[in-house]
Design a protein around this ligand. Structure first.
Ligand code: ADP
Length: 183
């Protein structure tokens, strides 16, 4: 089973995925936590590197093939990455965060102004959620506003979703309050 943890960079995917892994490994022993950026970089699963944006243009057939070869259908696989919703997941957790917080977190990473703006805009315009809906059955999608939540709370919400399978999205809307950040 593939659990996609998706969302705009800075939203908390890697932090949540690591903590979720620690919780799930206590319940089952076939849990894997896969950071997409890490495996793409390490195994050259990309078409090219965008030096200006310091990011990869992913080779999706190669990446899918890599996942097929390195996992089994018995595994409980956490896919940590902002394209994980495009990797044939069984369920998709879309993490959301107030765009001002995204701005602060990405500024701390010393991202370029262009990269910060692009990602803040993506969060305001719901890009990961829209892509998730476009590429998957809607019943797989669960969206969480992480803004005022601890990592532990977020993990517990995800586990509850996995247990009860109650899809939910559409409650997060930044556009009105943060429109000024698009200008
Ligand atoms: N729920 C949270 N509360 C407070 N800080 C968080 C939370 N989730 C993540 N962070 C912090 O935000 C930063 C970005 O998190 P990270 O997991 O790297 O995001 P992503 O993988 O989506 O790019 C890290 O410094 C992390 O410690």
């Amino acid at each position: 089973m593939r659990i996609a943890i998706t969302g705009t960079p800075g939203v908390g995917k890697t932090t949540v995925s690591k903590n979720l892994f620690e919780k799930l490994i206590n319940l089952e022993n076939n849990v894997k936590n896969i950071n997409i950026t890490e495996i793409v970089s390490k195994n050259q699963l990309y078409i090219e590197k965008d030096d200006e944006m310091n990011s990869y243009v992913i080779d999706f057939p190669k990446l899918n093939n890599f996942l097929e070869l390195n996992t089994t259908c018995e595994d409980l696989i956490i896919l940590d990455g902002h394209v994980s919703h495009l990797l044939n997941p069984d369920c998709i957790i879309v993490l959301r965060l107030n765009p001002e917080r995204i701005f602060d977190r990405l500024s701390l990473r010393n991202y370029s102004e262009k990269k910060i703006k692009e990602n803040v805009e993506a969060e305001i315009l719901d890009v990961c959620l829209v892509e998730s809906i476009e590429n998957n059955v809607e019943s797989k999608i669960f969206e969480i506003d992480c803004t005022e939540k601890s990592v532990l709370d977020i993990c517990n919400i995800i586990i509850s979703f996995l247990e009860h399978n109650t899809p939910k999205y559409g409650n997060v809307s930044w556009l009105e309050d943060y429109f000024y950040m698009l200008e």
